[in-house]
Design a protein around this ligand. Structure first.
Ligand code: ZN
Length: 214
């Protein structure tokens, strides 16, 4: 993942169970609904148009889980493995991999074919109705950029006080703040490289991201 690929920020998510709908396995249909905001810029224009037109629709969640188990035999896929194959039917039951104890969520992205069928965009904002909220999120986003800048500046330019950095930030546009944040972050990371804390499991070698998909 690269920050330049990021177009929106998820600000809330919840799990919803719809007992009127059933899964292929006959259980109540449960899904995650996330809300995201994005800045209306020249760069995002095409993406927004594609979302509105329903061209960008299917999504996938990138996450890490502590355990993956087989729905048929209950064995831990990561540590034990089993002979059952995902999607095959055994004694009238579809084999699924059960993901439990999510430990991290990396990203929510548009994909050509979602790992989870029906995963996709369900509703877009009407900005005129949401203007107040959008302004608030824009403020939060600006504050977040500023604190990122102050943090990275402390590593890259230790001679400059946080207060001075804050004053410089106040004079900058959102676009310049973002450019400064990205540049400082890159320099700060060179000084202290960020190491990913979670290791991926080595099951399902065919697709390097498949162990994270739900
Ligand atoms: Zn099994």
């Amino acid at each position: 993942m690269k920050s330049k690929d990021q177009s929106a920020r998820i600000y809330t998510a919840k799990v919803i169970t719809d007992s009127e709908r059933k899964t292929a396995d006959g259980e109540d249909y449960t899904y995650i609904e996330a809300k995201a905001y994005m800045v209306r810029t020249e760069k995002n224009k095409d993406l927004i148009a594609e979302i509105d037109a329903g061209i960008k629709k299917e999504t996938s969640v990138g996450c890490a889980v502590r355990d993956i188990s087989c729905s048929i035999c209950g064995r831990n896929i990561k540590t034990e493995g089993c002979e059952h194959k995902k999607g095959n039917v055994y004694g009238g039951k579809i084999c699924c991999y059960l993901l439990s104890e999510p430990t991290d969520a990396y990203e929510w992205s548009f994909v050509a074919v979602p790992a989870q069928k029906n995963a996709g965009v369900i509703k877009s904002f009407n900005p005129s109705e949401e203007r107040e909220k959008l302004a608030e999120w824009a403020r939060e986003y600006t504050d977040e950029l500023k604190s990122d800048i102050v943090r990275s500046a402390a590593t890259v330019i230790p001679g400059l006080t946080g207060e001075s950095v804050g004053e410089i930030c106040d004079a900058l546009s959102l676009k310049s703040l973002k450019a400064l944040r990205d540049a400082l972050r890159m320099s700060a990371q060179k000084n202290m490289p960020v190491i990913r804390q979670l290791e991926s499991s080595d099951c399902d070698n065919g697709n390097e991201n498949s162990e994270y998909k739900i």
